[in-house]
Ligand binder design. Sequence first.
Ligand SMILES: [Zn+2]
Length: 280
Amino acid sequence: MRWPFARTRSVAADDADWIADDAWSALVSSQAFLDRLDADRLARLRKLCGAFVAGKAINGAAGLTVDDAVVGAIVVQASLPILELGLAAYPPFDEIVVYPSDFVIDRETVDENGVVHTWREAVTGEAWEDGPVVLAWDAAARGARHRPTPFVFNVVIHEFAHKLDMTNGAVDGMPAFSRKLHAGLARADWQRVLRASHDDFVARVEAAEASIPRHVDPESARADRFYAALPVDAYAATDEGEFFSVTSEAFFVAPERLRASYPDWYGLLAAFYRQDPMVG
Ligand SMILES: [Zn+2]
């Protein structure tokens, strides 16, 4: 698999100037999970963010004004996963579109009888193949959660993990590996551990659903506690692509339960991202 070096731009020292010192400090303290980074990594993250900003247009939609707070919060979250991979890890795309809150997209599937089903769905983020990343600002700013599970999710890391996954085509939980950066990673191991972890997680979600008593509406807040023992958001059960993105969020934002439940998968994520949030 080819690593997408399409538009490599090295990170320069003056890339740190994209943001003033006090604004950078405020930005770092606004994203609690950045606490895990030492001073060296934070300094490199600041420069990487500057290089990232230089190559992307961040545009508001539906009346959202893109100000420094919007740019800072999105860029710092999007840059963290590629801190040890470099800017070229994301496939080339130019634009991030930001809505004030959930936005509606048209979905379409074709069933086994060839019948086309279309529907509209409100979402907090979407990553287009060869196109923009689209985000809801309220979710991107402070996190949000999928009902009914009680996990706060990170929509920015989620969508940018999909971008990494898309480097070699389908969103299937199998991103491209770099010959240089991922010499220790084997695709067969990745596929095997991904499949086993996802299968186990699907079984856990099904068990959680089965434990909800009949008198409790599974869509209600009262059902939340039946999902609380899951290591990550139940949305990860959707398919292996969503498992990669949801566990990538957990990896950077709240890694403890992920590592305890899926140590092999956690180890592969640490090898892929070339960071271990639990080591610091
Ligand atoms: Zn997703």
